[in-house]
Write a new protein. Structure first.
Length: 401
């Protein structure tokens, strides 16, 4: 088999390249200066990249955090180390032995600072934030249709609030056409009737996220009439569109969480509210029941007191009436006694008892002898009976003579 016909394994090629690096003295103890980007600390080691206007190289400083080395994106540094191949990923990187900070700033940092200051003077970063709708019905998502960020947003919204409609405005998020497509997606979303707009992109290197620091992009996002949520990069990434957005989320998933409520939390809140309402209702009912019992007891006590007072007053009035009636009866009895005495005085029987006689003629009392004639029959009434007599002579003549 000829050399051309041989099939090599990935390891064969990688180890061959690694040996080339190890055998090249120009790649050992080499000193490189550049702008720090994508700086991260992991397990005490510093991982970062150095860039200039034309290229980028990955770097690692083992134990850098323990050495007290502190660097950040945008700084200019000078490092010395060995360029080696990382066989596991088929990448080359600079294994740093020494690191020195340079007084100047990198071009990316200076460009970002210049853009920030210019937009800040225009007041873009001080505009009032629009509030997010509590229950949106239509959400626009500006990202790549093939991105993991879009799938994360769809999954999150489906789990939290599946009643909302999601409209995708596809755009590349890096590359030569990315800015043009992103600007078009922003303008399209701004012309549609939406409740909220999510601008999303997964994590990446600083250069990959640089599109979202572009001045024109930032100004279009600032002019959006809908509330805007950004979810660009990872938690540690911050771009200028975050500063003009109404809500800046750390990740696309977090942006989706801001955009919609969690139906499970809503159900739980409703359940808790109903439970609390029921408890309050039962408490109110029990309090009202206890109060009604107290009022009933109080009413009974008041009724008894009222009846007792009424009985006492009735007895008092009855005593007064009785006393009045007794006085009246005594007065009547005295008046009757006086009438009796007067009647006794007028009773002719009393005169008869004293020896007087009542003379009647034809049932009429005789008051004068001149009323009598001879042979008249008279009735003489005594106190113990009556007798009849006849007038045998007329004495009136004698009395006249």
């Amino acid at each position: 088999m000829s050399f051309i016909d041989r099939v090599y394994s990935v390891s064969d090629i990688t180890f061959y390249i690694e040996n080339l690096f190890l055998g090249d003295p120009k790649l050992t103890d080499v000193t490189v200066a550049g702008e720090v980007i994508d700086c991260k600390s992991r397990n005490g080691h510093l991982f970062f990249s150095l860039r200039d206007d034309y290229a980028t190289i990955g770097c690692i400083l083992f134990g850098g955090a323990y050495m007290g080395v502190s660097i950040m994106d945008g700084q200019m540094v000078q490092v010395t180390g060995d360029v080696r191949v990382y066989a596991l990923r088929g990448q080359y990187r600079l294994l740093c032995k020494r690191l020195k900070l340079l007084p100047s700033r990198g071009t990316m940092f200076l460009k970002l600072k210049e853009t920030y200051e210019r937009l800040s003077k225009l007041g873009l970063f001080s505009k009032p934030k629009k509030s997010l709708p509590k229950f949106p019905s239509k959400i626009g998502v500006i990202t790549s249709r093939n991105s993991a960020a879009f799938q994360d947003i769809l999954r999150t919204i489906s789990e939290r609030f599946p009643f909302v409609k999601v409209v995708l405005y596809h755009t590349a998020v890096q590359g030569e056409e990315a800015k043009r497509e992103l600007m078009k997606a922003l303008l399209d979303a701004n012309s549609d009737e939406l409740d909220v707009v999510i601008i999303a992109r997964g994590g990446g290197a600083t250069e990959d996220l640089w599109l979202f620091n572009d001045e024109e992009v930032v100004m279009v996002v600032h002019s959006m009439r809908h509330p805007v949520i950004t979810g660009v990069g990872h938690q540690i990434d911050t771009v200028l569109v975050d500063l003009v957005a109404d809500v800046a989320a750390h990740t696309p998933t977090a942006a989706a969480q801001y955009a919609v409520p969690d139906i499970r939390e809503i159900v739980e809140k409703v359940r808790h509210s109903l439970k609390l309402s029921f408890v309050n209702l039962m408490t109110t009912w029990n309090n009202a029941n206890e109060r009604s019992k107290e009022l009933l007891k109080e009413a009974r006590r008041n009724s008894i007191d009222l009846l007792q007072r009424f009985e006492m007053r009735l007895k008092s009035k009855f005593g007064e009436l009785k006393s009045l009636l007794e006085d009246r009866i005594d007065s009547l009895e005295r008046n009757l006694e006086l009438l009796r005495i007067k009647l006794d005085l007028l009773n002719p029987m009393n005169e008869l008892n004293r020896g007087y006689v009542i003379v009647e003629k034809n049932g009429v009392k005789v008051r004068s002898k001149n009323e009598l004639n001879e042979n008249d029959i008279l009735l003489l009434r005594f106190h113990d009976g009556s007798v009849r007599v006849i007038v045998d002579e007329d004495r009136r003549i004698d009395e006249r003579t």
